[in-house]
Design a protein around this ligand. Structure first.
Ligand code: ATP
Ligand code: MG
Length: 578
């Protein structure tokens, strides 16, 4: 039993100045966490209890699918990440350090390399596989924008697991097992979530999915069909392309359109001349630089309907592993005319691709590649042939579902889990082979799977709170029951007795034994968010105590003699009471 009189806890009346989202405000105000540095937090007794409850659920569900827990170091020699190329790939996003001999280390942001090496050291035969191993560990990432308390930390707790299989079918099984474990985990944690596809079909179907806790404060946007169960993050989303028009278009015509370098000025100019055009009829061509993993660069122009922006994250997801960099050096590419770019007659050295919304046979108003001039009736497939199709346009509410054609909606969420079929990327980097039945080496195929354990605490708080404070679901609550004694008479000793009896029955009890003002005690109980609160107060004169349900706010009177049985039953049934 923990007692408020001695608990290492100070609740705060005011929201912390740096907090914007409810979970951050409440976890600080209720004394669960304290900030130490940007994105670096101390977990106080109540926070530790919730964190451990979440980790416990995660472990139980991992164990249930046969994954085995290990614990690897957070401090990892550079060699591991150099072997995979990620020592350089990570850039500024990781913490690096040197030991006294000058050797390089990294504080692990994720551990594919170390797990691959570990398995390579232990296993050598096809008989050893499949195997799934996991850890619950502190991870380090020097995030550019640590945010919202423990939601995006630079030090955070992650469950990461890795599967090792002989073939694709095995990997699919390990992946499916993880998916089921994640579903069970997030259900038990009381989270409202969506599973969204994180890789577009073009790149390999369901080889990667994210679990997003729905939350208006979430940093991730995802697209979900209003009719079927299609959902994808905005980077991976596919949109049904419009039907190709069957009309014959007039010949391409070049017009003088002085001082019209933007879609807005162009449309205004043309409408002034009697052309019935809107921004959606124009083809916007955005130029970027692609940097490939080997360091080479390429100038890429992307055509999207002019009423949409290019979504650079979506574009980047579709050109991976290349990186998308801004392009502004028009002087280096003669013939590329800023504000007047068109896909017909682009200079050599510029690769041109279109978004799938730019279908073959569609006609556009676009640049004529000469200053102050545009072309109308520029037809895709007739006047220009793109070298490829890359989803790059921003996706909008009402765009069409690729599966069923109904309207898509756009919502926000918090990424709480990610499952990923890695394939042989790391097995190749570390030559992870086992001997097959025919004594020939077989290259192992891998999956990696993460859950943000500390982030989940914040995500739960984001979904489970009200204007008075936190409202924990039973499975993760720091206590099963919060007993408050108010009054100067027998209430204190009676509260002690009830708390002790509840604890004897196996419940986790917080006792407010401070004997202060009832107002303060009740406010704190609401702020801390234990699902059931037992108040031993005035009603004791009638032989009764009050049982309050934190979530619904309902309260009922219960005879002192039966309160322990009732509360135990309520907690065991998993209900939130009332
Ligand atoms: P994000 O897109 O939010 O930066 P990520 O895709 O880089 O996350 P993964 O590498 O997939 O993250 O890590 C697995 C899980 O770890 C994520 O699904 C998330 O729940 C959690 N996580 C990642 N970064 C952080 C962080 N900075 N703070 C807290 N949890 C994190
Ligand atoms: Mg992820």
């Amino acid at each position: 039993m923990l007692r408020m009189s001695t608990l290492f806890l100070r609740t705060l009346r005011e929201d912390p100045a740096d907090a914007e989202v409810p979970s951050h405000k409440l976890l600080v105000r209720a004394g669960y966490v304290r900030r130490v540095a940007p994105g670096v937090y101390a977990w106080l007794p109540l926070g530790v209890r919730v964190l451990e409850r979440v980790a416990r659920v995660v472990r139980e569900e991992m164990d249930r699918i046969g994954a085995q827990e290990v614990h690897l170091p957070a401090l990892v020699p550079a060699e591991y990440y150099q072997a995979s190329g990620r020592w350089t790939e990570y850039g500024d996003n990781v913490f690096r350090l040197k030991d006294r001999k000058g050797a390089d280390y990294m504080l692990g942001p994720t551990h594919e390399e170390v797990f691959t090496t570990l398995v390579k050291g232990e296993y050598s035969s096809y008989k050893d596989l499949p195997v799934m191993i996991y850890q619950v560990q502190t991870k380090y990432r020097d995030e550019a924008r640590p945010r919202a308390g423990v939601l995006r930390g630079r030090e955070f707790v992650m469950k990461d697991s890795y599967s090792f299989d002989l073939d694709d079918a095995g990997l699919q099984r390990s992946y499916d097992l993880h998916r089921e474990a994640y579903v069970r985990t997030f259900e038990r944690l009381g989270l409202d979530y969506r599973v969204v596809s994180a890789v577009s079909g073009a790149m390999g179907g369901s080889a990667s999915e994210e679990f997003l806790a729905t939350a208006p404060t979430g940093e991730d946007t995802y697209v979900a069909c209003t009719a079927c169960d299609y959902a994808a993050n905005t980077e991976a989303v596919e949109v049904r392309a419009p039907e190709a028009p069957s009309t014959e278009h007039p010949q391409l015509e070049v017009l003088d359109t002085p001082d019209t370098p933007t879609i807005g000025t162009l449309v205004e100019h043309l409408r002034g001349r009697g052309y019935e055009v809107t921004a959606a009829d124009t083809l916007k061509n955005v130029v970027v630089t692609l940097r490939h993993p080997d360091g080479s660069t390429e100038v890429l122009a992307v055509g999207v309907p002019g009423d949409r922006e290019v979504d650079l994250k979506r574009l980047e997801a579709n050109v991976a592993p290349a990186e998308v960099l801004p392009f502004d050096d028009f002087a280096t590419v003669p013939g590329l005319v800023k504000g007047y770019i068109g896909p017909q007659g682009l200079p050599d050295g510029v690769r041109y691709v279109v978004d799938p919304l730019v279908v073959d046979g569609s006609a556009w108003v676009t640049g004529a590649n000469q200053p102050g001039r545009h072309a109308v009736d520029v037809v895709a497939g007739r006047d220009f042939v793109p070298s490829g199709v890359l989803p790059a346009a921003e996706v909008r509410e009402g765009d069409l579902c690729p599966r069923c054609g109904s309207a898509l909606s756009i919502d926000r969420g918090i990424e709480i889990g990610h499952i990923f079929q890695l394939g042989r990327k790391y097995a190749d980097a570390f030559s992870l082979d086992v001997l097959g039945p025919d004594s020939k080496p077989v290259r192992v195929t891998m999956g990696s799977y993460g859950i943000g354990v500390s982030r989940a605490v914040a995500a739960i708080a984001e979904q489970w709170h009200d204007d008075k404070g936190l409202v924990w679901p039973r499975e993760v609550a720091p206590f099963d029951v919060h007993v408050v004694g108010v009054g100067k008479g027998e209430q204190g000793p009676e509260a002690e007795r009830i708390a002790a009896a509840l604890e004897d029955r196996g419940l986790r009890v917080l006792l407010d034994d401070r004997g202060g003002s009832p107002g303060v005690a009740f406010k704190d109980a609401e702020l801390l968010g234990t699902p059931t609160v037992v108040v031993v107060g005035k009603a004791l004169a009638d032989g009764e105590v009050e049982v309050r349900d934190r979530r619904s706010g309902d309260s009922r009177r219960v005879p002192v003699g039966s309160v322990v049985d009732e509360v135990v039953a309520e907690v065991r049934s998993g209900s939130t009471g009332s």
